[in-house]
Design a protein around this ligand. Sequence first.
Ligand SMILES: C[S@@+](CC[C@H](N)C(=O)[O-])C[C@H]1O[C@@H](n2cnc3c(N)ncnc32)[C@H](O)[C@@H]1O
Length: 155
Amino acid sequence: MKPPRLIAIGRLKAGPEAALFAQYNARLRPPFAVTELPEAQGSAGEIRRREGAALLGALPEAAFAVALDLGGVAPESEALAALAARWEATGRPLCFLIGGAEGLDPTVLARADHRLSLGPLTWPHFLVRGLLAEQWYRVQAIRTGHPYHRAWRPG
Ligand SMILES: C[S@@+](CC[C@H](N)C(=O)[O-])C[C@H]1O[C@@H](n2cnc3c(N)ncnc32)[C@H](O)[C@@H]1O
């Protein structure tokens, strides 16, 4: 299987966020391939537009693009596992897009094939990489029946 690609704004320096991402990415089969794009300068609108253009420029034309976006739908982990199977069945290279501090430009959201929320809380973009890697590992555990994911919830 081709590795999913993570295209993200900002260069992740060594520290707790990088360690969290590395820990879960190392467990993934296959791990994410990562493309980092520099943070843009200017007003908030200019930053969004410039970063948006860079994200779209780094996105392969055929890609199935999943934008990490607060305005998207926040699925339960089992539902995300079902979505992952559908995304893979398209046969298109899977790419996740993470914005910078100003968020994703509307052009990126318009291009996205899916808008994925990790819940209504706003997370720092560097932390989102680790959260996504953990959820993708959980998705793989759900799909393979690995006990990492415990589905039980109180009734
Ligand atoms: C600090 S947030 C940007 C906040 C910005 N005000 C917005 O509304 O998008 C940086 C990036 O992290 C990702 N992000 C942060 N929280 C998220 C969440 N709860 N669900 C999905 N993505 C999130 C998005 O890709 C976002 O562009």
